[in-house]
Design a protein around this ligand. Sequence first.
Ligand code: UDP
Ligand code: MN
Length: 547
Amino acid sequence: MSYLAQQQQGQDKEELKPKLDADPAGVCLSGGDWLPNGNASGWGEFISLTPERSEKYYQYNLQLSDTVGAFRKVPKTRHASCDTHNYSLPPFLEARVSVVISFHNEARSMLLRTIVSLLSRTPADYLHEIVLVDDASQDKTLLEELRAWLGTLGRPRFIFLTNKQRQGLISSRNMGAALASGDYILFLDSHCEVNDGWLEPLLERVSHRPNLAVSPVLDPIDPVTLRYQKGNEMLRGGFDWSLHFHWHKRELTNQELPETPYSSPVFAGGVLLMSREWFLKLGSFNANLKIWGGESIELAIKLWLCGGQIEIVPCSRIGHIFRRHHAFDFPLQYPEHPMEQELSPAQATYLHNSKIIAESWLDEYKSMFYALKPAARRIPLNHTSHQLQQLRRESRCHRFHWYLRHVSPELSSMLYEFAATGTLRNEDRCLHHAGVKNSRQQLILVSCYHDDITQWSLFRSTGQLSTQREFCLSVEVPLEVTLKPCLRTNDTASMSQRWHRMGTSLVHNQTHLCLDNPLKGRLELTACRWHAVSQSFQFALEMERQT
Ligand code: UDP
Ligand code: MN
């Protein structure tokens, strides 16, 4: 029974009946029952103090969030067999869970719904405490008001922490974890709704395997309609060589059902549960990482390499608002550095964090990262990594090739599938996909030093030359070089998308003509001329020797 349900036992059942509101996001319950004084006006008063802000500020529908209420029913998204499974749970005194939520400028209604969903749908015996870290939000009275109400509940314990200065998600989570005292820690975002029965399937998995970390399947909540949708349990988390997160297709093995827990190279986003002791032993989130970005990839790599595993558990579901853009600013990283002219603070922060991951864990494979992210070479790092070296030594962590071999065949196959990869340079310019204009994909040559410059991959087996967004360099009648969605190789039209290398030239298979840039900035196909500079296209990383 959840904590709130326990609290409310003995009260008049009629009073506890949820009130149904008509609401575009679906049937929802009024928040009144869960609020200070037990009435709906408590909710209204509480959220009315959200600083007036545009939706751009939050990157979701604030008005709707305010009207949805503190608690609503959410659709059952997990497989039916999850409801009938008899979970073998550890004794609750050995599996006390601390939930750590760090937030920066979250709307009151959203944060409260996250907390209320936890209180309502978590077995009280296991929910030891909730640690709320306010990372210097603009709403200065929010935490105090929450303390005045939640602090009096008795159980679970609440810990409140306010950063006077913005610390970022990574160190805020670490500070929260340092204050926690449960056996397990769950890291959660401040715009989530846990679904019924979310905790039991996770605890069942970790209880006998202390080095296992688990993620639920994240159910997307639409930022505009707040509709709670079913997340996909057929995906594994991963990353590419530029250290960007990617989903990979999950293949079912013989006996496996879609709802069976499955191993994953990386967590499902930033929501994860693991033993607190194990998290601290791994050195927490790498404290040299700044603000936001890369922290769960870093934790995943070190966890696997130092003797742990990661699983995604489809019977556990947590709703999360996936926003299209960051809802927060990144502080300037290098105010005096020329870097700042080229990269936005968000890009510079992500690149800085990625460089730390590459330097800490990728060993000799870090050259792949630098080939794809040449700007990272110029990012200054001002710290030492003694702690990590000690961890690697003491925990006898594997080297990165072990991860390639045993954990992420996807990452490893990227090494072998490509004949060449990275930026594609012709003289001093690089080939770039600049989005859509007049319903055509724009293919241009620009300075190679922009951070978001297109990364290309030439596939060994198919000859396709593809962007990371799966657009392929194609040739249309009459000999026009274009960018089209990559076609399957059993489609005969895909012949127009096949290329091969001759020296540094790119030869189109069908026409035997070479990619050429005869007038600066215009791509054409012309007769191949040996050593013609305008036909010389070099990838950042060539896997095959050029003759
Ligand atoms: N966050 C924070 N400090 C920051 C940036 C983010 O505490 O400087 C919080 C944010 O409020 C959210 C969590 O960190 O609860 C993850 O951020 P976000 O949801 O923007 O990341 P995403 O889910 O898009 O990966
Ligand atoms: Mn989030």
